[in-house]
Structure formats: C-alpha cells, structure tokens
Write a protein of this length. Sequence first.
Length: 269
Amino acid sequence: MTKRTTYSIVAILLLCGVYYFEFYLEQKEQQVIVDSGKTVKNNTNEFFLPTSTTGQIIHHNGYSLSYSEPHEQAEWVAYELKKEHLSNTNFKRPYFEIDPAVKTGAADWRNYKKSGFDRGHLCPAGDKAYSQEAYNETFLTSNISPQNHEFNSGIWNTLEQKVRYWAGKYNGVFVITGGVLEENLRTIGDERVSVPNQFYKILIDTNSGKTKMIAFLMPHENSNLPLYKFVVSVDSIESLTGIDFFPELDDALENELESSTSYKNWSFN
DNA sequence: CTGCTGAGC
DNA sequence: GCTCAGCAG
C-alpha cells in the first residue's frame, strides 16, 4: 500500500467520523425536541412535561412550551413556580420579541396591535420577578395569547395571583397553562393568531406532603364568580386538547388525580 | 398585579 | 419604527 493510499484512507475515515458525529449531534438535539412527557433537566428546573400534539417543544431557561404553528401560539407553557421565585420587584416591562427558538417562526407582536386584544402572558411576568433576565424572558411572542383585557386583568389575573399564593403556601407548584386551541377560532393579524374561547391552568404540588393536583377551565370572558367554580378534572382538559399532561406519573396516581374535580386540598382563603 | 396608547425623536 | 411617559381596570 502506498503512502498516498494510506493517507486517502485515513482522510476518508476522518470525514466519515465527522459526518457521523454531526449526525449523532443532530439525533441528540432532535431527541430533546421530541422528548415530550419526560422529566427534562432545564437550566434551573426539573419538571414534568406534557405531550406535544404539534411536535415542537421549546425549552427556555424559565419555562418550556409546545408551539402550535397553525394557531401561532403555544398549546401549553409549563414551568415550576418555586417559593423562592416569589418577589415583588417591579421591573420595567421590555418590548415583546419574536421568539427566535420557534423554528417555524413565532408570531409577530404586531398581530396584536390595535386588535382589541391584550398580549396575554401564559407564563405571567409576575411569576418571574426574581430577576430581570427571567422577567424579560416571558416577553417572547411564543408566551402570549390574545386575551380580552377585562378577562386578563380580571378573573385570570385573580387566578394567577392565587397560584403565587399557593406557591408560597405549598413550597412551590408546577404550572401548565394555555388556551384551548380548536378549529375555526377567530383570528387576529396578518398571521391569523387564534383567539381561544377558553383558557386552562393546571397545577401539581409535589412538595408539601401528598401529591395533589387541581385544574381550572375558564371561558374567555371576565367573571365575578369565585375561582373554585372553574375547577374541572384534568381528564376533561385532556379530552378537549388532546394533550396528555402527566404521562410520567405513576399510572394509578395519574388516574386518581386527573379524574378528580375535588379542590378540598387547596386552600382558597 | 394585568395591560394599552399617544407624543416625540 | 422605537421608546418614554402617562393612564386604566
């Protein structure tokens, strides 16, 4: 074998190695993206993820989401609200930014301009007031949904504040929230961002004794009713959305918790 | 807390 | 088009 042949073989082997490594990296990245339903190690948190009906899960530092391109918004946003996250600092609100992590192109905030609807946070800015960085991260367009202002600043805001109250009382909660994305919804803007008719919020507490769960389903309109009037089973939201919210839970526990409409373990005071 | 809009550069 | 300041529930 000539030296030249040897060099050629080595070169080809090296090339193959590089290609294989790139292939491996791609597989690995792909695996993370479609790895729904697993406990995912985030930069700061570890939490249960629901399944994605769209195949596009994105992890930010402070929350994860599943983006629905047809509806131009997240079908769910999930994060852990730790007790130590609770803060009253009043950061200056940044401007909304098109989420660069959404490969299909997240909605432009201009769709909401003069639409008559709020850019309603799914993961509330108020849940991320422990640092300017975390706060700013909630101002991505993948984290908002068109919301009626009276609803957003009314009963929905009341629910968000109750979640913060529970996070303090129960040493943190996991939160999953989103609009119910159906066909033939009203849309706003050139990109046709869907306006949900209902919004849901699901909580699980695994830190204060026996694991407990609670779910809320609210019509997209303000209300003076007490919050507990909107409690539903997780199962009912799963059948509405097609999402499996806690696939990692032990099946028996999952069945028990997700079918329950009881809120007796959650303090509404 | 939840937000929007008008004025000015 | 971007940002500040002011206003509203």
